[in-house]
Design a protein around this ligand. Sequence first.
Ligand code: PLP
Length: 265
Amino acid sequence: MKTIIEPFRIKSVEPIRFTTQNERKELLKKAHYNLFALKSDDVIIDLLTDSGTSAMSSAQWAAIMNGDESYAGSPSFDRFEASVRDLMDFKHIIPTHQGRAAEAILFSLIGGKGKHIPSNNHFDTTRGNIEATGAMAHDLVIDEGSDPKNLHPFKGNIDLDKLVAFLDEYGENVPCIMITITNNAGGGQPVSLENIHFCAKIARSYDVPFIIDACRFAENAWFIKQREAGQGERSIKEIVRDMFKFADGMTMSAKKMLLLILAAG
Ligand SMILES: Cc1ncc(COP(=O)(O)O)c(C=O)c1O
């Protein structure tokens, strides 16, 4: 077995409240078994999302003090914009407070009754924001992605045959094709570069915008480097740029494993 030592120290500790099994049963019953109706203080290990669960680096904490809160023209925004542009070539970059807020803006513009939006697996906030507009969210992940025993290297891939059939069925009522990297609602499984590029090609041939939910793009790039033929010698940055080069837009929650980017350089 190879021991992997994390290249950082974690220095803060936050106490958590312990509950008994009976208390948890009672709390779940009172919440009508709806996890969103529980108080986070009553949850010991929260597997609902990976948002806000990673420790911040010392540089990130220090950046809070250096942050400029000016109402307009803030250099904090310039830094943010430059970092995004270094990896992704989008014309407009709009910060929102969380991923779900970006989704709410996007789907209030392109969603609506009668629209159908495919993805590998929509995350629950994405599905919620789509369906709140009256549109329908559809999951088209490959069959291997729903089989826990299958060792396919990219179980987050979207099924390209299903995607083409979907586009033929719903035609002009498909306002965009989404792909989530990694596929968090499907167990955080990665999507291959080949699958992302084919998906973009299909989107282009049907003249439908291709939108990436980029929640854990750095981790997805790492899996591509490790597992995809011909990618092992490329840098994470090169792979990331390749992942986004055919995308027409993206939404992203930045509350996840960005520490990984620091660690990978
Ligand atoms: C794939 C995916 N999309 C969107 C979101 C929503 O992001 P946020 O929690 O920042 O609103 C999450 C959060 O877990 C996610 O995993």
